[in-house]
Unconditional design. Structure first.
Length: 283
């Protein structure tokens, strides 16, 4: 496993050749179109079945029909149910109850803080540009948990190791699409080359705007954002905060290079001062 330096914010997309993949295929990812999500949770079930993810409770939260609650070590896909007294289109004047349904997942960030802080190399970037945890190498230190700006990665209770979506790395290696995308009946979850997905997502937003849905917007598609663009794009029908997503995520290791430089300068100054004191004492 190769070592890596923390990424520079707004730099180029990470070169997977640096991770030991000299001739990688196209970077792939997800595009989740929440406007056609029906909340069936087929993605959650398919993810658990394929990846042998344990069940995480079947009790409703009491606040909605959501019985998952959030992404975590045993929930690699989470379908949110958000109730609003708000019309869907711009033509209606009277508020009407609507549900916003959205299947959330790990963002597989371009600049992945979880990858930066992992001391064992358990987290690594694959040849497909995704970020995966090797559970047999994870030592359970938990550094990656607070490092994630989305709160995705988590340590499993009774296990201690960190777990999250792998974007079905084993299926990608066999030329198959991830289980969640395969199971989605409405194609709300789409999988493919990331550049193609960005084009599809932009076209879909334009289509929704033209049909009277002015609040439609993209999330995670901008390579100049705080994580260098995500490997999982989302079409949202409201502000990101409504879906529990940070409006302006920033890679938490952004300032590490500058911090280490300052620490180095301070250490050099201290050593110089100590050398001067000892040199003066010998006179």
């Amino acid at each position: 496993m190769t070592t890596h330096e923390p990424h520079l914010l707004h730099g180029p997309e990470p070169d997977v050749a640096d991770a030991g993949h000299p001739r990688p295929p196209e970077r792939v990812g997800f595009f989740t179109d929440t406007s056609v999500c029906i909340g069936c949770k087929a993605c959650e079930v398919a993810c658990k079945e394929w990846n042998a993810v344990p069940e995480d409770g079947l009790d409703l939260t009491g606040m909605s029909y959501d019985n998952t609650g959030a992404l975590g070590a045993s929930s690699w896909r989470h379908v949110a149910f958000i109730e609003q007294d708000k019309p869907l289109g711009g033509q209606q004047t009277q508020p009407e109850l609507r549900w916003l349904m959205a299947s959330d997942v790990c963002k597989h960030c371009t600049h992945a803080a979880c990858l930066d802080v992992c001391p064992t190399g358990s987290l690594f970037r694959t040849e497909f540009g995704t970020v995966v945890v090797q559970e047999d190498i994870c030592n359970g230190c938990g550094y990656c948990v607070p490092a994630c700006p989305y709160g995705v990665i988590e340590q499993r209770e009774g296990d201690g190791r960190a777990w999250k979506c792998t974007l079905c790395y084993d299926r990608l290696g066999a030329g198959q699409e991830p289980a969640c995308a395969k199971a989605c009946p409405t194609e709300s979850i789409q999988f493919g080359p990331l550049d193609d997905l960005r084009e599809k997502a932009a076209a879909r937003v334009e289509q929704l705007h033209a049909t009277g849905v002015p609040d439609a917007r993209l999330y995670g598609e901008d390579p100049a954002d705080g994580v260098g663009g995500a490997g999982a794009l989302f079409l949202l029908l409201d502000e990101p905060e409504v879906y529990g997503l940070p409006p302006d995520p920033v890679v938490t290791t952004r300032d590490l290079p500058a911090m280490w430089r300052h620490a180095g300068v301070a250490a050099a100054a201290l050593l110089t001062g100590l050398a001067a004191v000892f040199a003066g004492g010998r006179r």
